[in-house]
Write a protein that binds this ligand. Structure first.
Ligand SMILES: [Zn+2]
Ligand SMILES: [Zn+2]
Length: 187
């Protein structure tokens, strides 16, 4: 018997997709999927390379997601579940067991991924490469916001286009030297 890591209710067997058995919680509507079931549902030769997952695409949350924010433990092996943010600038986390690789979906998390056709690429989210991509994307966003606030929209757009022109220009270094010289006409 398995119990819900969130509310301790006894989990029921369910079928998420044809050939994808899982356990669902009648209490909080979370879902538990074992790694083996997930991988065999994807089929042995099925794998999405990380390059096929576009981090710039929109991430929608069409259903209200009840993302938990607590320390929870694996219903299979009792180990601590690790929280993984999966998309930049979205408070959407999946919990995964570092030991058996089972995945816990809070209410509507699976449905949300499914609606966006991301439900077959879930294992990518747990890779160091994806987590790194996610962090650098968020960092970039923070700088964007900072510059926007510092310069205002119009000046920021202008300086960006000047910067682009300079960095692409074959004579860029000289143009920058001219620009930053206090008086380029003084010997
Ligand atoms: Zn529950
Ligand atoms: Zn486990």
């Amino acid at each position: 018997m398995k119990r819900c890591p969130l509310c301790s209710t006894e989990l029921n067997r369910t079928l998420l997709e044809a050939n994808l058995p899982a356990f669902s919680c009648p209490g909080c509507h979370g879902l538990w999927v074992s790694s083996n079931e997930y991988l065999s549902w994807l089929s042995p030769d099925f794998s999405y390379p990380i390059s096929e997952l576009d981090i710039a695409r929109e991430f929608d949350t069409p259903y209200p997601v009840a993302d938990n924010n607590q320390a929870i433990f694996c219903p299979d092996c009792g180990r601590f579940l690790r929280r993984f943010q999966i998309w930049p600038n979205h408070k959407f986390h999946l919990d995964r067991c570092g030991s058996c690789n089972g995945i816990w979906f809070d209410r509507n998390e699976w449905q949300t991924l499914q609606a966006q056709n991301l439900h077959k690429q879930i294992n990518i989210f747990f890779t160091e490469a994806w987590q790194e991509k996610l962090r650098s994307k968020e960092m970039k966003q923070r700088f964007e916001n900072m510059y926007l606030e510092l310069f205002g929209f119009e000046d920021y757009e202008k300086i960006k286009s000047i910067r682009h022109w300079l960095t692409e220009h074959p004579n860029g270094n000289r143009l920058i030297a001219y620009l930053t010289d206090r008086d380029p006409y003084k010997g």
